[in-house]
Write a protein of this length. Structure first.
Length: 141
């Protein structure tokens, strides 16, 4: 049986998808509608997105997001101690690039799960990173 292709989802993409006032909202919606791969959201992404939505809007914005997320086709992936160890290593290796913690977790999960695609609007960090399991990460949209 062939495994369905998977794509990791970054905070910038998920925030744009659920924040209708975002200038990237339409691009995120369009990408989601045409996405064939199974979208995987690391649990640390939820923390960052709920923080951003709360800061930009209100508690009702966060609860609407959580309701929609639970009803979505997104799968949630836990960050493990192995993920944290690798994320820490990436952060140290790329210290001059100043990658943030959530991005490092996504990069580590990409390697651990052999995923080569990331839905993100954060082109800089993910373009600089060189994963161990492929030459580069394919960034969508």
């Amino acid at each position: 049986m062939m495994m369905r292709q998977r794509v990791l989802v970054d905070s910038s993409f998920l925030f744009a998808l659920y924040d209708q006032s975002s200038d990237r909202h339409e691009a995120a919606q369009s990408a989601t509608q045409t996405l064939v791969a199974l979208p995987i959201v690391p649990n640390v992404v939820l923390t960052e997105v709920t923080f951003l939505l709360r800061r930009a809007g209100s508690v009702p914005a966060v609860t609407r997001f959580l309701d929609a997320f639970v009803a979505s086709r997104f799968e949630l992936e836990s960050v493990t101690l192995d993920t944290l160890r690798r994320a820490r290593g990436i952060m140290a290796d790329y210290a001059d690039s100043r990658f943030d913690f959530v991005d490092c977790c996504i990069m580590a999960l990409a390697e651990q799960l052999a995923i080569t695609q990331v839905c993100t609007f954060d082109r800089r960090d993910f373009s600089i990173f060189r994963p161990t399991h492929c030459d580069y990460l394919d960034l969508l949209p």
